[in-house]
Ligand binder design. Structure first.
Ligand code: ZN
Length: 443
């Protein structure tokens, strides 16, 4: 199967150079040619003259199954949000999480995201959702095996047997890992994961040559709790144990000292900046400028709807800019192309897929977004890349993942959107009633 996008504007290569009146030829799952005047009789032709084409965005830290708690934790601290999340575990059915995940992913897809690092205490309900929608994902099971003893039982997170989770993670890899959906390994964080759990999961990442993911250094409480237990700060601990390496992508990272930034840089680890989620639960600001200056790969994540109220990673780029601009009172410390790299190729690097995705290049997978030049944010359209970062609201017209159309004329291709929304609204109504009755009253 071939697709030819004719006479379009495309942002090509790792520096997103603009080409006008260019053609892009896709064969199967790959981009096979980018040049002027391509003639291909046996291809589906897309007239690209009213569009510009970018690589799809990569959301490198995402919890689709937390959609049901959206807007239920406004004004809560990070720890209180987690308490709320765990208190609702008993009223959420696996089926609810499954249907609501469609909504979270659809919201992201419509804003141009084509790949997710999707995280959860279980991934069985996530995998079929990505699969049905035809969306690229790296799914990571992130268990905990240290009990929060100081917490009341109602709000205490479930913990798992260390060996059982390591086996389960390997089983999930064998069961689900495929071309479009990768299974990687991880733990929840350093606070609630033992060294044995980290070691076991990292061993699997080595064995299967995958990435390794966790939340880290997310606010002062997290750092202090890790210090109490291990005598070290989180990144210091990972470094001293010899764990830290270039498989690591670490989300949040708002509390880092100079030494820790140096450890990350030497290890070649990646940081997933989640600026809006960090603000929402008041855990501080990730030192992005200092990380970039030290050569650390920084990408972006939307985290969960419970602690962001958005699943749109594109908006994280704007927030990342605002934080640096506000802190240093300088507008030129991070340029728009660096922000766009954080949305694309840096995300690909963090999940070890930079050879496949993250930029429009010959031989790479065709994960492309077509944006309409007639949409209001893109008029006049002097700098589409900057428009995509600094505009509040833009919708993808067409999304192609692995060479196949997944979104067309703003609508989902593989499933009926209206049916999905109806089902999700029914679940939400039922859930909210039981939330009020069984959880909110008792918090
Ligand atoms: Zn998270």
């Amino acid at each position: 199967m071939k697709t030819l996008i004719k006479n379009t504007t495309a942002y090509v290569g790792k520096d997103f150079d603009r080409y006008d009146d260019i053609d892009i030829l896709i064969e199967g799952d790959k981009i096979i040619d980018i040049s002027e005047g391509i003639n291909e009789k046996n291809a589906e032709i897309i007239d690209g003259s009213d569009f510009f084409v970018t690589p799809g965005f990569i959301n490198a830290h995402f919890h689709p199954s937390q959609q049901l708690n959206r807007a239920l934790g406004i004004g809560l601290s990070h720890d209180e949000q987690m308490d709320l999340l765990h208190a609702t575990d008993n009223i959420k059915k696996k089926e609810d999480k499954y249907w609501m995940s469609f909504i979270a992913i659809l919201e992201s897809l419509k804003s141009g995201t084509t790949c997710f690092q999707s995280v959860g205490s279980e991934i069985d309900s996530q995998v079929p959702v990505f699969d049905k929608m035809g969306v690229r994902a790296v799914c990571v099971l992130v268990p905990k095996d240290i009990l929060a003893e100081s917490k009341k039982e109602k709000i205490r997170a479930k913990v798992w047997d260390t060996e059982e989770r390591i086996e389960k993670a390997e089983e999930s890899y064998k069961k689900y890992n495929s071309d479009l959906l990768k299974v990687h390994f991880g733990v929840v964080n350093v606070r609630y994961a033992s060294d044995n759990l980290i070691k076991g999961m990292l061993g699997l990442a080595e064995k299967y040559n995958t990435g390794f993911h966790m939340h880290a250094s997310e606010g002062n409480i997290y750092v202090n709790k890790v210090k109490e237990r291990t005598g070290n700060r989180p990144i210091e601990h990972l470094h001293k144990k010899g764990f830290l390496n270039n498989r690591f992508s670490l989300a949040h990272m708002t509390k880092l000292n100079k030494k820790e930034i140096d450890y990350l840089s030497k290890a070649g680890a990646s940081v997933v900046h989640c600026p809006r989620a960090n603000s929402y639960v008041a855990v501080g600001v990730c030192p992005v400028k200092e990380l970039l200056d030290s050569g650390v790969n920084v990408c972006l994540g939307s985290d969960a709807a419970i602690n962001n109220n958005s699943n749109e990673v594109r908006g994280e780029a704007r927030s990342a800019f605002d934080k640096i601009s506000d802190k240093y009172e300088k507008a030129d410390l991070i340029d728009y192309k660096t922000l766009f790299k954080m949305l694309t190729i840096n995300g690909a690097k963090a999940i070890m897929l930079e050879k496949e995705i993250g930029s429009i290049e010959k031989g790479k997978r065709a994960d492309l977004v077509l944006w309409s030049k007639n949409d209001l944010p893109f008029i006049p359209g002097f700098n589409h890349i900057a428009d995509l970062i600094f505009t509040e609201s833009c919708m993808a017209h067409t999304v192609i993942i692995n060479g196949k159309k997944v979104l067309d004329k703003y609508k989902l291709v593989n499933m009926d959107e209206e049916t999905l929304k109806k089902k999700a609204r029914e679940i939400s109504e039922r859930y909210y009633n039981s939330f009020k009755e069984k959880v909110a009253k008792h918090l």
